[in-house]
Design a protein around this ligand. Structure first.
Ligand SMILES: NC(=O)c1ccc[n+]([C@@H]2O[C@H](COP(=O)([O-])OP(=O)(O)OC[C@H]3O[C@@H](n4cnc5c(N)ncnc54)[C@H](O)[C@@H]3O)[C@@H](O)[C@H]2O)c1
Length: 320
């Protein structure tokens, strides 16, 4: 059953357009509205009275969830995999369904992590920039054969496992730290100690915030390349910048930073041993189309009384 003219709030997005969402919502008599701003006050005002919310990177704290729930919001659908920007516990308390799209860009992120790892290990960006500037210089240090080098993965879920398979094909020995999976290292420090490269694939939680900080950086003995395609909050960026400068890290390659965008003038934007991409690992034309379609389909299901495909929280008191 559809309820006519229900309003669906899109807090923010990074897509070319929202035509897929508009069409899917129009088919059930709902209409899409874009939030004018993403600060909590504006979002709380915009969320009041919305039947559903679609959220990309905007922060949706408890205050916004409460405003949405007070106005009868039934679902907060995240455009993406991680739900660290949504106050999920508050949503559960208020009976608001949270969904994500856990299955849309797994190969893209794994490919991007490998692209960053290989570009760093092979010195591609510095060399190509040199050619652009008119030079033609073969590097004389810092590049080693990949075969037999060790890659430490922090988090080996859907994406981490794909990175492991890709890295093994390049000759890496893969070690892992993931407290929720069988086997692997007993601690992050143990995993990274003898690693030549470290790639992060854990969600951002209270346990993983700054999992790469002074302690872990000081445990790294082999000047590894640090790759982050997961969430900026996993990394203490100041500590990483220091470690890059004092030689504990050989290179960093980040698709995600905290904050995003990385501020203009931040030293990592121009550091010769850093590569930073603009939170784009998820992106391919195919993945983005799947993401937009699967996220709005959750909203359509919620507004027409169907159960969600990918619930993040359970509303019957049992954790998902
Ligand atoms: N840059 C991008 O565009 C982009 C796109 C998609 C996903 N991501 C990020 O990638 C992350 C991983 O995605 P996924 O699909 O592999 O998720 P997943 O849930 O399949 O895997 C995450 C893994 O991390 C592990 N983990 C949890 N806590 C940990 C801890 N304290 N230490 C080490 N490991 C821990 C889990 O046990 C799990 O195996 C997402 O949470 C998301 O933040 C980024």
């Amino acid at each position: 059953m559809s309820r006519s003219a229900e309003r669906v709030l899109v807090t923010d997005h990074v897509f070319g357009d929202l035509e897929a969402e508009r069409a899917a919502l129009a088919a059930i008599g709902a209409r899409l509205e874009e939030a004018p701003a993403t600060d909590p006050e504006s979002l709380a005002a915009a969320a009041a009275g919305a039947a559903a919310m679609l959220v990309c990177f905007a922060q949706v704290p408890e205050r916004v969830v409460d405003a949405a729930a007070d106005g009868g919001c039934r679902i907060i659908a995240r455009y993406g995999i991680g739900v660290d920007n949504v106050a999920v516990e508050a949503a559960t308390r208020r009976g608001v369904q949270v969904t994500n799209v856990p299955d849309y860009c797994l190969d893209e992120v794994a490919d991007h992590a490998m692209a960053l790892l290989l570009a760093s290990a092979r010195g591609v960006v510095v060399a190509a920039n040199g050619v652009r500037e008119g030079g033609w210089t073969v590097p004389q240090e810092g590049i080693h054969r990949l075969e037999g080098r060790r890659l430490a993965l922090i988090g080996v879920g859907r994406i981490g496992r794909r990175v492991a398979n890709r890295a093994r094909a390049f000759g890496y020995e893969v070690v892992a730290y993931d407290p929720y999976q069988e086997g692997g290292a007993a601690s992050v420090e143990e995993a990274v100690a003898e690693a030549d490269a470290v790639s992060l694939h854990a969600p951002l939680t209270d346990d993983t915030r700054h999992i790469i900080g002074e302690a872990t950086l000081s445990a790294m003995k082999r000047r590894p390349v640090l790759v982050n395609t997961s969430r900026g909050g996993l990394v203490d960026l100041e500590a990483v910048t220091r470690a890059l400068d004092d030689g504990r890290l050989g290179a960093v390659a980040l698709d995600v930073t905290e904050p995003e965008p990385l501020p203009a003038g931040h030293p990592l934007r121009t550091h010769p041993r850093a590569i930073v991409t603009p939170h784009m690992s998820f992106y391919s034309a195919e993945a983005q189309a799947e993401l937009q379609r699967r996220a709005v389909e959750e909203v359509v299901r919620a507004l027409t009384g169907e159960p969600p495909r990918c619930p993040v929280n359970r509303l019957d008191g049992v954790p998902a």
